[in-house]
Design a protein around this ligand. Structure first.
Ligand SMILES: [Cu+2]
Length: 275
């Protein structure tokens, strides 16, 4: 009868913890799956590891609370006299080691994939400044300064007549977006010219520090056209919160036209020129 009671309490505690955990999963925000092949790998990895640690957490806390309730001094005035169990120690060492190894394999695979900047089709140098970004398209000789857009900048001033709530994408819009082609492996070279900044667009699945005197590498391959927003992620001075990042991913054709336009000669114009 006593054994049965212990089981009932154990199962009840487990059920309560499960309900709370899954409830938090259901209503809580998760990471963004992103828009590049490895941002989705990172997302899948995160979900898998979160699942594993949740199950472990539920089991550990269930055992702990059940023991607290069932093995209190009140219920068992005479303490048990055993000291240790070699078998139990081997089991609780071997299982966590096994779980860590199983989780490390896919994590290492994704990490290696993230670091592989080889075979890039184009290179963009990103330079952080207090408080804006500069983008150099190395193959096409295009340089762009990308700063907070005017509406956001005016709305953020004390005593401004523009209300922040009325500005679309407040503090998340720039005057010149970083225009990139889709389905193209793009290598980024990140650095800074004054203090440390950090270039972060969540949908790309990574964040890299932009450090003066150093060049960090990263890469992306955007699969879907669209606007992807990010921010400087390293406290870099008083206007750190006012140097957003906006990536505009467009088709390869549209990108070629944009490049031509930036260079002052539109491809459309060129097509109309008869020799
Ligand atoms: Cu910054």
């Amino acid at each position: 009868m006593k054994r049965l009671n212990e089981w009932i309490v154990g199962v009840a505690v487990l059920a309560v913890i499960m309900v709370i955990t899954w409830g938090m999963f259901a209503v809580g925000d998760n990471m963004r799956p992103g828009t590049t092949p490895f941002s989705q790998d990172v997302y899948a990895l995160h979900n898998t590891v979160l699942g594993v640690v949740t199950v472990i957490g539920v089991l550990v806390f269930t055992a702990m609370f059940t023991s607290i309730v069932l093995h209190s001094k009140k219920r068992h005035p005479n303490a048990a006299k055993f000291t240790h169990s070699t078998k139990a120690e081997i089991i609780w060492t071997a299982i966590p080691v096994l779980i860590l190894v199983v989780m490390a394999v896919p994590a290492t695979r994704v990490l290696i994939e993230m670091e592989d900047t080889g075979n890039a089709e184009m290179n963009v140098k990103v330079t952080g400044y207090q408080w804006l970004w500069k983008y150099d398209y190395l193959e096409d000789d295009i340089s762009i300064y990308s700063a907070l857009d005017r509406d956001s900048n005016r709305a953020r001033q004390i005593g401004s007549d523009i209300k922040p709530a009325e500005v679309e994408n407040y503090l998340l819009e720039v005057n010149n977006r970083l225009v990139l082609p889709v389905d193209t492996k793009i290598r980024f070279l990140l650095t800074a010219d004054d203090v440390i900044h950090s270039w972060w667009v969540p949908d790309l699945g990574w964040k890299r520090d932009a450090i003066p005197g150093m060049v960090n590498e990263a890469w992306t391959l955007i699969e879907e056209e669209g606007i992807y927003r990010g921010q400087c992620a390293e406290l870099c001075g008083k206007d750190h919160g006012f140097m957003p990042i906006v990536v505009e991913a467009i088709s390869k054709e549209a990108y070629a036209a944009w490049v031509a336009e930036q260079k002052g000669t539109s491809t459309v114009q060129n097509a109309n020129v008869t020799p």
